[in-house]
Design a protein. Structure first.
Ligand SMILES: *[C@@H]1O[C@H](CO)[C@@H](O)[C@H](O)[C@H]1NC(C)=O
Ligand SMILES: *[C@@H]1O[C@H](CO)[C@@H](O)[C@H](O)[C@H]1NC(C)=O
Ligand SMILES: *[C@@H]1O[C@H](CO)[C@@H](O)[C@H](O)[C@H]1NC(C)=O
Ligand SMILES: *[C@@H]1O[C@H](CO)[C@@H](O)[C@H](O)[C@H]1NC(C)=O
Ligand SMILES: *[C@@H]1O[C@H](CO)[C@@H](O)[C@H](O)[C@H]1NC(C)=O
Length: 477
């Protein structure tokens, strides 16, 4: 039924306008980031806090309660979710004196100068090879009772991130249900705990895994929030424009099926790897930039999922850094927004300010914008297309990059005069800089048409001005 009105809604949206959009923006969801530290080459916690501050990210999720990290975050204004690791679940479940002393030494000394807002008790516990599931809810209860003891139960929430593998069915979204063997032992008791304590469900959702395993049936555009024809849920007619929304709604449907419609959700992890093994289809820098860039825009420009359209999405990106000591396939070590030296792996806006500065209201693919761009004076105006540029994807290697550069400057008709020796964009004299200049020229000349920033994977679209020395990258010809 809702689907029938969908196109009607869109045209209403463009007629209706300004105050509505203003509302939509101010009511948008929140973006945070997971600060994982399974690495031996990361900056110090205080450098990381400065990095977070400079990116404008003001919510962070940790995987423990490391003292140096919690101290560095003190007074930063950054909201923090900490964790009690899976290894401590059995002790935490066994005895409240354990959680009393854990809270006393890991929470109380830091709160409230460090803005701890939640404790993740365990992580993806149902798939923990050590079978810690029976300990989960008792541990959550004990931690909660310890918070009461220290009188901080009303300001700090307790939850536990679940993996999507907790679902038995997730397609179509409306048929979402939890695994039957988990429902009575742990899901229902946990949901009832969340309800009683006014907390929310944490969900780790990775469209990347679903895409990787089903490249024949799932379109990459659908997985990356790019323009696509959408997927209609045959049970209720709801139209899904992204795999992410479909995954989240499968969890909502599973909650509804157990009559826990009132439980809110935070997406405690989601991300896309910028690198992977050859058999990890979809991994790569350009796709990671698309996924995360489009996700941030989707979250910050408001709106819930088709099943819960009025509930904004709060999402923690995974992850802040590439983590070199993670095991598993190459992708595991390449989910970061940043390299350990604090250089960006790719350039995407992470805050509403960055979005509103007009740099990025088009899909990273460069197709037409549906989200009007607010202008700088705060008035919402319906401007045409936000700015995008095309840059080189160094991952493809020098040979492919050079071939693509030759094509762009030759047959492609890009304006390559500025990168000739002596001209304005000759410096920096690197292949990546020259190729980026040429690709961007081609892309702009083709009016940023879809597919015009690709060059066989050697290029991708960015939403912020490329920075190569003093060279200016045009946005129109
Ligand atoms: C964060 O950065 C802003 C400027 O961008 C500065 O005014 C503020 O003091 C910084 N906060 C901390 C805690 O470093
Ligand atoms: C915190 O615990 C106290 C004592 O049990 C209770 O009265 C209060 O409602 C709790 N606060 C919240 C937000 O649950
Ligand atoms: C992918 O390739 C790696 C080696 O490059 C191998 O270890 C792994 O098992 C492969 N994974 C699958 C799912 O085939
Ligand atoms: C969402 O909010 C609108 C406007 O307040 C309301 O008409 C609609 O019924 C709500 N939808 C749901 C699913 O709650
Ligand atoms: C987005 O880019 C990909 C890869 O370049 C291309 O296959 C796809 O058709 C593009 N989609 C749109 C809507 O432009």
């Amino acid at each position: 039924m809702a689907a029938i009105n969908f196109s009607h809604c869109l045209s209403l949206l463009s007629i209706l306008s300004l105050s509505f959009l203003r509302f939509a923006l101010s009511d948008s969801g929140l973006i945070g980031v997971n600060y994982g530290r399974v690495a031996n080459d990361l900056p110090s916690p205080s450098q990381v806090v400065q990095l977070l501050n400079s990116t404008g990210l003001n919510r962070v999720k940790l995987y423990d309660t490391d003292a140096s990290v919690l101290t560095a975050l003190s007074g930063s204004g950054i909201s923090v979710t900490v964790a009690l690791p899976n290894e401590k679940l059995s002790s935490a479940a066994a005895d409240q004196s354990f959680t009393d002393s854990w809270v006393q030494s890991n929470i109380v000394p830091y709160y409230p100068k460090t803005l701890i807002e939640a404790i993740a008790v365990g992580n993806e516990v149902f798939v923990d090879p050590k079978n810690t599931t029976p300990f989960l809810v008792p541990a959550m209860n004990n931690v909660y009772n310890s918070l009461i003891k220290y009188n901080i139960n009303s300001s700090i929430k307790i939850s536990s991130p679940i993996a999507l593998s907790a679902l038995q069915t997730s397609y179509p979204s409306s048929s979402g249900s939890f695994k039957s063997e988990l429902i009575e032992p742990v899901i229902k008791p946990m949901l009832s705990f969340l309800r009683q304590t006014g907390s929310y469900l944490m969900v780790n959702a990775y469209p990347f895994f679903a895409y990787e395993a089903n490249t024949d049936t799932i379109s990459l555009d659908y997985a990356l929030f790019r323009d696509n024809k959408g997927v209609t849920d045959a049970n209720n007619g709801l139209v899904y424009k992204s795999l992410f929304d479909a995954q989240i709604d499968a969890v909502f449907a599973a909650l509804n099926a157990l009559n826990y419609n009132d439980i809110k959700m935070v997406v405690s992890e989601t991300g896309w790897p910028s690198k992977g093994d050859e058999n990890e289809s979809g991994s790569g820098q350009a796709n990671a930039a698309s996924y995360n860039g489009n996700l941030v825009r989707r979250v910050l420009t408001g709106g819930g999922t088709p099943l819960r359209p009025n509930e904004s999405l709060n999402v923690y990106l995974f992850a802040l850094f590439n983590e070199n000591q993670k095991s598993g396939p190459t992708s595991e070590r390449n989910y970061g927004l940043f390299y350990p030296n604090e250089q960006k792996v790719y350039d995407i806006p992470l805050t509403r300010e960055a979005l509103e500065s007009g740099q990025s209201t088009v899909p990273v693919n460069g197709s037409k914008s549906q989200v009007p761009t607010p202008s700088n004076d705060g008035d919402v105006t319906v401007s045409a297309v936000g700015q995008t540029w095309c840059v080189a994807n160094e991952e493809v290697g020098e040979k492919k990059l050079q071939a693509a550069l030759d094509y762009a400057c030759g047959e492609g008709g890009a304006d390559c005069r500025p990168i000739q020796q002596g001209a304005t964009c000759y410096h920096p004299n690197t292949l990546a800089a020259h190729a980026s200049y040429a690709f961007n020229s081609y892309y702009q000349k083709k009016a940023r048409g879809s597919g015009t920033c690709n060059f066989g994977g050697a290029a991708y679209v960015v939403t912020q001005t490329p920075k190569y020395g003093d060279c200016k990258f045009p946005t129109g010809y």
